[in-house]
Design a protein around this ligand. Structure first.
Ligand SMILES: *Cc1c(COP(=O)(O)O)cnc(C)c1O
Length: 462
């Protein structure tokens, strides 16, 4: 396809006609964009002849790695048998039946039903309507408020962005929508360290923010608490070890639902099937997407507890909600094959026991670099917090985001895709990454830090 079109011409055409997500178009030079044409395993190729290590697994989603022909074949076979049919009017089809049962097996014991969506954002839209509908059906229509956290990411739709706690997203389009309340996040390096509390104390304090919010809003008005077990897009924020046990205690005492947004944490990222499993949490609802299909086709969903499903199964009750592509057969085929690969190759145990610890040890070693204030990693996702002064751990860069972008750009030039969040770098590679590829990744990250450190000092940012 388009073999005769030059790399530059492709970029010009992209510049003219393509509005990109989350992009400052005025600042994006035509030739700065990368045109990715091919991917295999953890590797990407672009039209300028570069090979890059995909340290972000696409966008946190390609858990089994790129180029799995087995998934391509399964989708092809499904498409030729039944490319599309809906699941609305008393109809269903074999792939959606099979996938639902597979997901019910993987989910915690009290969760046995799935409602499908096209993405994580759509799934969280479903959840917002679902929790309010659930309480209304229970005779408590006042229970509408959903408590979330600042700097959470739950998607880009109206409900997703409102549930999320991203300031810049709220500043556009009149968000958040009503009855969503954001409490502080358990971000030790970014916010806790400066409070004078110990890490453990800060974890307890942040957890008790939930209890204080419920008290202020009134338990009779609160529908649910939504959280990512580990915040992904917010910067791979691993909470202090006291945080989740305390939140769990609070949730046990309070009559509200708990929504675990597993869009990144799910399907092996933490070395367990779900992030809530990693922290031994008991969600009523779980948001899934990304790793569900490893991004081969778009799909999201909501895992629903028996308690909620039972209310929805009452005679005369109908949840007026659904998407044309809910449970799309080709996406189900992609998900089924993807999950079969994760199981057959033991990718979850591999992350927990082998490649996870192997990577974590080498990642942690980057902390000796003068530019790095903290290197953290759980399972196979982590962050490097960049600081301007190795001797002053609490010191931060003046223009937040600058050092992050400079370092990220060096990383791309060095052939490693990492993402910048404020002044940190994020990594989340395919779960299939090998030891040699981890060694290559860490060596490239170290070279990147050296290059960036030089650049940052030359520009007198540190
Ligand atoms: C990516 C993400 C979403 C949104 O998923 P989309 O498929 O992009 O709509 C929701 N929650 C979390 C935690 C995510 O990382």
């Amino acid at each position: 396809m388009r073999a005769n079109v030059s790399s530059h011409d492709l970029k010009v055409s992209d510049h003219k006609h393509h509005l990109h997500p989350f992009t400052d178009h005025g600042a994006l030079e035509i030739d700065e964009r990368r045109v990715i044409t091919r991917a295999d395993g953890v590797w990407l190729w672009d039209t300028d002849g570069n090979r890059m290590l995909d340290g972000m697994a696409g966008l946190w989603c390609v858990n089994v790695g790129h180029g799995r022909q087995e998934i391509v074949e399964a989708v092809r076979a499904q498409m030729s048998e039944l490319s599309y049919y809906n699941t609305f009017f008393k109809t269903t089809h074999p792939p959606v039946i099979e996938l639902s049962s597979v997901l019910a097996d993987l989910a915690p014991d009290n969760i046995n039903m799935v409602m499908y969506a096209g993405s994580g954002s759509e799934a969280n839209d479903t959840i917002l309507r679902l929790v309010r509908t659930y309480w209304a059906l229970q005779g408590q229509p006042a229970k509408k408020v959903v408590i979330s956290r600042k700097n959470a990411y739950h998607g880009s739709t109206l409900a997703g962005a409102s549930l999320g706690g991203m300031g810049p997203m709220h500043s556009q389009g009149g968000l958040p929508i009503p009855d969503i309340h954001h409490i502080d996040q358990p971000y030790w390096f970014g916010e806790g360290m400066m409070t004078g509390m110990s890490e453990d104390e800060f974890g307890l304090w942040a957890a008790r923010e939930l209890d204080r919010a419920i008290e202020t809003i009134g338990e009779e008005n609160v529908a649910a608490f939504i959280a990512e077990p580990i915040q992904g897009a917010g910067g791979v924020i691993v909470p202090p070890s006291t945080y989740w046990p305390e939140v769990k205690r609070i949730l046990e005492r309070r009559d509200i639902l708990f929504i675990s947004d597993e869009v990144i944490c799910g399907f092996g990222r933490t070395g367990e099937w779900f992030g809530s499993g990693y922290y031994d949490l008991k969600p009523d609802l779980m948001t899934i997407a990304k790793g569900l299909t490893s991004g081969y086709l778009p799909m999201g969903g909501v895992l629903v507890s028996d308690e909620i499903a039972e209310v929805l199964h009452r005679k005369g009750v109908e949840f007026f909600h659904g998407y044309t592509y809910s449970g799309h057969p080709a996406c189900c085929a992609a998900a089924l094959t993807n999950l079969a690969i994760i199981k057959r190759e033991g990718l979850i145990a591999r992350v927990r026991d082998h490649i996870g610890p192997y990577f974590q040890k080498r990642w942690k070693a980057l902390e000796d670099h003068p530019l790095v204030g903290e290197a953290r990693m759980i399972g196979l996702f982590g962050a490097l917090e960049l600081v301007p002064d190795e001797n002053k751990l609490m010191k931060r860069f003046d223009n937040v985001g600058n050092a992050g972008i400079i370092t990220r750009d060096h990383s791309l030039r060095n052939g490693l895709v990492m993402r910048a969040v404020r002044d940190s770098l994020i990594i989340s590679p395919p779960l299939s990454i090998t030891e040699e590829e981890v060694d290559h990744l860490v060596a490239t990250a170290r070279k990147t830090l050296d290059d960036a450190w030089e650049d940052i000092r030359r520009q007198r940012l540190a």
